[in-house]
Design a protein around this ligand. Structure first.
Ligand SMILES: C[S@@+](CC[C@H](N)C(=O)[O-])C[C@H]1O[C@@H](n2cnc3c(N)ncnc32)[C@H](O)[C@@H]1O
Length: 265
């Protein structure tokens, strides 16, 4: 069934006032894991890199530091937060990974984080991304999941469940898909598969709670309007994110990566 909306069209729109801050908060909880994974990939000094759904741009910026800005392409359906990268010499391209033809060139590394869980046809998109790799090129896929059983507080667990359900109903997000990795990479013909997983602590009154706080603020009206949460439940969860005594370990992330074998003939 086709979901009624697409990511960012209305929910989590880049045009909403706190969206850049929300994406930067996501980078702050994700970049250490990403860099730990990317540092394991042998990239030559001028390897061609593609960052898909680059958001606020921290990973493309890190890659530019490794291979040089001219070797990095950063795409997104909405590139408004990527202007500083373009000024630094990264090629910034407005591009829809679902519908648009491939960006120019073959890549030695393609990285995509917290995008595919929100998009329709995600396993097919992995095959498509794999076909944009040059021989021996690496595809790195990162996606998030929830482990509801270990939620640190009922109000937090309720808002996580409500958020997942609203995103699933409205845009087709699947926050269980990450746990199918690396199967879609294997099915896409990639070799030398590696996996990394982590739980992401969320502690009140610290940077680690900021992504949950801003996401709940962004989706609060829709969550109340759809009857998934009461306003009081939204306020209760928001208060937790300011409370230093609150801690939760129910959010996780998987990174899976693999390499395109040489084509024959
Ligand atoms: C949750 S954010 C993740 C941003 C960034 N990858 C990160 O991890 O920090 C999802 C990003 O995917 C982008 N996006 C959504 N649909 C897309 C599509 N069809 N093609 C390309 N980018 C898309 C959004 O605009 C947004 O920047």
């Amino acid at each position: 069934m086709t979901p009624p909306e697409r990511y960012g069209e209305r929910l989590l729109s880049p045009g909403s006032s706190d969206e850049r801050r929300r994406l930067v908060a996501l980078e702050r909880i994700s970049d250490d894991d990403t860099i730990r994974c990317l540092e394991k990939i042998p990239l030559g000094p001028s390897a061609r890199c593609l960052e898909v759904g680059a958001g606020a741009g921290s990973v493309a910026s890190w890659l530019a530091g490794v291979v040089g800005p001219a070797n990095v392409t950063a795409t997104d359906v909405d590139t408004r937060f990527l202007a500083p990268l373009a000024q630094a010499g990264v090629e910034v391209v407005r591009h829809d990974v679902v519908t648009d033809p491939p960006p120019d060139g073959e890549f030695d590394l393609i990285h995509i984080r917290h995008v595919l869980e929100h998009l329709p046809g995600r396993d097919g998109l992995i095959r498509k991304l794999a076909s944009w790799l040059g021989d021996g090129g690496w595809l790195v896929v990162e996606a998030g999941f929830h482990v509801p059983g270990i939620g640190g507080h009922p109000a937090h667990a309720r808002q996580k469940a409500a958020r997942s359900r609203l995103l699933a109903e409205k845009i087709g997000t699947d926050l269980t898909w990450a746990t199918t990795l690396p199967a879609p990479l294997v099915a896409a013909g990639l070799a030398d598969i590696r996996l990394q997983g982590s739980l992401r602590p969320c502690r009140g009154a610290t940077e680690s709670a900021e992504f949950d706080r801003l996401t709940l603020l962004s989706m609060g009206e829709d969550l109340v309007g759809s009857g998934l949460l009461s306003r009081q439940e939204v306020d209760e969860a928001l208060a937790l994110y300011e409370d230093p005594a609150f801690v939760d370990y129910s959010a996780g992330a998987v990174a899976a990566w693999g390499r395109r074998p040489p084509r024959h003939g």
